[in-house]
Design a protein around this ligand. Structure first.
Ligand SMILES: [Zn+2]
Length: 134
């Protein structure tokens, strides 16, 4: 067996076991879903300060990106025109939502822009009403 062949074989082996590992993780998650979720909730509850600080830092770090995206969409609620505080405006998806903009803001800006193209800005009230309709 040549070096190249060995390399190829190792790669295949790793790939094969990667899938097994994923399968194992997936199975573990479904079998222990409640425990895992409860653990996460408990942890958040017991580490409120940490979670709060983390969220705040995360938000501040990425807010400039969000701000620019909101400016592009006009900085106001499409339905009622609310524009006093762009910070509280929500990205509302009109079609095939892949992810929430705020949650995934750390993704490359090209990805985010593609997603924002499917969105309009709504204030929290109009957003809630819009979702009630569905
Ligand atoms: Zn509104």
């Amino acid at each position: 067996m040549t070096k190249e062949e060995k390399k190829e074989r190792n790669k295949k082996w790793r790939l094969k076991h990667l899938e097994e590992k994923r399968e194992y993780d997936r199975k573990y998650y479904y079998e222990h879903r409640d425990e895992i979720l409860t653990y996460g909730r408990e942890w958040n509850k017991n580490n409120k300060e940490h979670v709060h600080r983390y969220n705040k830092e995360y938000f501040n770090k990425h807010y400039q990106k969000i701000k620019k995206l909101k400016e592009k969409l006009g900085n106001h609620c499409l339905f009622c025109g609310f524009s006093k505080e762009p910070k509280i405006l929500h990205f509302h998806h009109l079609r095939d939502k892949k992810f929430s903009i705020n949650r995934m803001i750390k993704l490359p800006i090209e990805e985010i822009k593609k997603e924002v193209d499917k969105c309009v800005l709504l204030c929290p009230n109009c957003h809630a009403i819009e979702h009630l309709k569905k």
